[in-house]
Design a protein around this ligand. Structure first.
Ligand SMILES: Nc1ncnc2c1ncn2[C@@H]1O[C@H](COP(=O)(O)OP(=O)(O)OP(=O)(O)O)[C@@H](O)[C@H]1O
Ligand SMILES: [Mg+2]
Length: 236
C-alpha cells in the first residue's frame, strides 16, 4: 500500500536520505531502526511532503504522492504523528479530539462514535477527557497525539518515536496498543523507534537505516537474530 523507490532528500547540499527503497503492505507494522541522525525522521517527513525529495518516488495506494502536501495526505488516509507530542496544551482532551476531527468529514453521530472509539483504545484519555492537555502525563499526551491522528481513520500511520520520554512500562504499553490497533483495524504503520527491541517485538518487519541508507531488512524475528543488528541496536 506504500512503496518508496530510491528516495533521496535532505536539507541543502548533503542528502540525509541517500536512495532508500521500502514497502509496507496493508495491515503491516513496519519498524525503521537507526542511530541518532541516521535519517529516520527525514524519511517520514519525505513521505508526507514536509521535506521535498530531490529524487525518487513515494507511491501510496497506487498514486505517486510526491508533491502532495501534508494536509492532502491526511485527508486521503496517510497521517504522521511527528517527533515530540503535538497537542494543544490549553484545550481539554475532548477539545483536542474535536479539533482533530474538524479536518475530517465526520459530523454528528459518526463523530461521536469515532471519539468513543478513541476512549476505548485509550481508556485513560476517557477518564481525563475534561482535563486541560498540559496537565496530562507524557504518556497520556502521546496517547492523545495518536488519538488525534487516528480519529479520521487513516489507512497508513507514520509514528516518529511514540515512546520518546516515556517510562519503559508506558513505552511498552504505547507500542503494544499501536500494534493491537493495527491488527484489529487493518491499519498499516511505519514506526520509528529508538528502542529497537521493543519496536521489533511488536512489528511484522523492519528496516535498518545507517547514514541515510538501508543496510538490513527482514521480518522482525530475523532482524532480532541478525548478529550485526544485535550488536548495534539490541545491546547484545
Ligand atoms: N532541519 C534540518 N536542517 C538541516 N539538517 C537537518 C535538519 N533536520 C535534520 N537534519 C540532519 O539530517 C540528518 C538526519 O536527521 P534525522 O532527523 O532524519 O535523523 P533521525 O534518524 O530521525 O535521528 P534521531 O533518532 O536523533 O531522531 C542529521 O544529520 C541531521 O542533523
Ligand atoms: Mg528523528
Amino acid at each position: 500500500m506504500l512503496e518508496i523507490h530510491d528516495l533521496v532528500l535532505g536539507y541543502g547540499a548533503a542528502a540525509a536520505v541517500r536512495g532508500i527503497s521500502l514497502h509496507i503492505e496493508q495491515g503491516e507494522v513496519v519498524t525503521l531502526i537507526g542511530a541518532n541522525g541516521a535519517g529516520k525522521s527525514t524519511t517520514l517527513k519525505g513521505i508526507v511532503g514536509l521535506v521535498k525529495p530531490t529524487k525518487g518516488a513515494v507511491v501510496f495506494e497506487g498514486t505517486d504522492v510526491v508533491g502532495k502536501n501534508t494536509d492532502w495526505l491526511a485527508r486521503n488516509g496517510l497521517n504522521l504523528v511527528p517527533e515530540g507530542r503535538r497537542v494543544f496544551p490549553g484545550l481539554t482532551v475532548a477539545e483536542n479530539l474535536d479539533v482533530a476531527s474538524v479536518a475530517s468529514s465526520m459530523r454528528g453521530a459518526e463523530l461521536k462514535a469515532a471519539i468513543a472509539d478513541i476512549y476505548n483504545i485509550f481508556p485513560r484519555l476517557g477518564e481525563r477527557k475534561d482535563s486541560l492537555s498540559w496537565t496530562l502525563s507524557g504518556g497520556e499526551q502521546q496517547m492523545l497525539a495518536m488519538g488525534r491522528a487516528i480519529i479520521a481513520k487513516p489507512r497508513l500511520l507514520l509514528l516518529d518515536e511514540p515512546s520518546l520520554g516515556l517510562s519503559p512500562k508506558l513505552a511498552t504499553e504505547v507500542v503494544r496498543l499501536i500494534s493491537r490497533y493495527s491488527r484489529e483495524n487493518g491499519l498499516s504503520v511505519l514506526l520509528v523507534e529508538q528502542n529497537a527491541r521493543l519496536a521489533l517485538g511488536s512489528s511484522d518487519r523492519g528496516y535498518v537505516l545507517e547514514t541515510g541508507r538501508i543496510v538490513a531488512e527482514g521480518v522482525a524475528g530475523e532482524l532480532m537474530d541478525n548478529p550485526d543488528v544485535r550488536k548495534a541496536y539490541l545491546g547484545s
